[in-house]
Design a protein around this ligand. Structure first.
Ligand SMILES: [Zn+2]
Length: 400
């Protein structure tokens, strides 16, 4: 199947190249379709009170698409359930989560920029040794969640690097960006090559062969939750996020993409959410997500945040930079086990690992955390001590 895909890509590229000779500007089209590496480093942004993600196709991340050769891959027990929060290879915030049990993998999102493919693809290949991602979920149409599906000419994206069997993505979007168009184009090529694609609403309604719940291994399921914004329009793209609950017996793990406060409230109303051992921090630790309405129901034990900590990418207001003070204030009531992938740095890349690639594994009883970076809780990091305050009523699981 993989071989077939490669031939299809070659044929398509060939056909495009040939047809392009007839049209001026078509090399750009080819670049766009196959993914180009924009050298624009950073667009100028106006200071904002709250982080607001852009969905444009500019601002390609990182000047060097090459993967850091020393990238570390935490050891895992393949038979155990493992949940990986990946670093995305640049100074931009983005989500990429790999769930693995046995030979079955689920990938949720592929951020943060097209060049991230150079980092996330080798990481996933290290664990997904058969080249098949059984389930691929794209939560919403912002580039910090879908750009790595597209990749670049130098670093093929997820769709061109793996056989993606079942693709589940957002039913609604307002996106018109080039990266979104490229995502749709490559997704549809994957479908033409044999993949099945369902919207999260089809899954929820179990229409057209789609399922609400997929079994990954005996007793381990990934479940599509009901988000009202699967069928109700909004101006906030983040609220379109596909939400999933991973369950292993009584242990539950929640992934809500960039769902905002209103979406979280409706999520709680529309689903019978359990206590969750792990929560992927909503919207990269934004003050506009991670509301008490949700946290008080799921009472998370571990919260992992995918972001470039302290970056001014979305706001100049330090309190609101990911992970925000308001996020800390609300989560602290439930846990101090907050981990963060990446942090801004004054080195030439502009970023470095914080906890790095974060892996949470379960043997069905005990959760184990491992990190390619340091193992400090967020509240024990130097950055936290300089920029955040742990609330006085916050829990602390540190032994005296
Ligand atoms: Zn995002």
């Amino acid at each position: 199947m993989k071989k077939g895909k490669k031939w299809l890509s070659l044929l398509l590229a060939g056909a495009l190249t040939l047809s392009c000779t007839a049209f001026a500007g078509c090399s750009e089209m080819l670049d766009e379709l196959l993914g180009s590496f924009d050298t624009t480093d950073e667009t100028v942004k106006t200071p904002e009170e709250l982080p607001k993600e852009e969905n444009g196709e500019t601002n390609e991340g990182g000047k060097t698409p090459e993967q850091t050769p020393e990238q570390e891959y935490p050891d895992i027990q393949t038979e155990n359930l493992s949940i990986h929060f990946l670093e995305v290879g640049n100074k931009y915030t983005g989500d990429c989560t790999l769930i693995k049990v046995g030979d079955t993998e689920v990938l949720i999102d592929a951020g943060s920029r097209q060049g991230s493919a150079a980092t996330i693809v080798p990481y996933i290949q290290n664990y997904c040794t058969d080249g098949v991602l059984e389930y691929v979920i794209a939560t919403h149409a912002h580039q910090d969640h879908i750009a790595g599906f597209v990749g670049t000419k130098a670093a093929k994206g997820i769709f061109e690097s793996f056989v993606c069997e079942t693709i589940i993505d957002f039913p609604l979007t307002n996106a018109t960006t080039q990266i979104y168009q490229n995502y749709i184009s490559l997704r549809d090529q994957e479908v033409a090559a044999g993949a099945t694609r369902y919207s999260a609403l089809q899954c929820w309604e179990e229409m057209d062969g789609a399922q609400r719940s997929y079994e990954l291994a005996e007793g381990i399921t990934i479940n599509i939750l009901y988000n009202a914004f699967y069928e109700q329009t909004t101006s906030d793209e983040n609220d379109y996020s596909v939400c999933t609950l991973l369950s292993q017996g009584d242990d539950h793990y929640l992934f809500t993409g960039d769902l905002e406060g209103e979406g979280e409230e409706l999520l709680v109303q529309n689903n019978d959410l359990p206590k969750c051992r792990l929560f992927k921090g909503g919207h990269h630790g934004s003050p506009t997500s991670n509301t008490e309405a949700l946290l008080s129901v799921i009472e998370p034990e571990i919260v992992c945040v995918c972001c470039c900590c302290g970056s001014d990418e979305y706001t100049k207001n330090i309190a609101n930079m990911f992970p925000s003070q308001a996020f800390v204030d609300r989560v602290a009531k439930y846990t101090d086990q907050i981990y963060v992938t990446t942090i801004v740095s004054d080195n030439e890349n502009g970023f470095t690992s914080m906890n790095g690639n974060i892996v949470v594994s379960s043997d069905g009883k005990t959760l184990t955390t491992s990190f390619s970076g340091h193992n400090l809780k967020f509240k024990d990091t130097d950055w936290f001590k300089e920029n955040r305050v742990w609330p006085t009523d916050g829990v602390s699981s540190d032994s005296p």
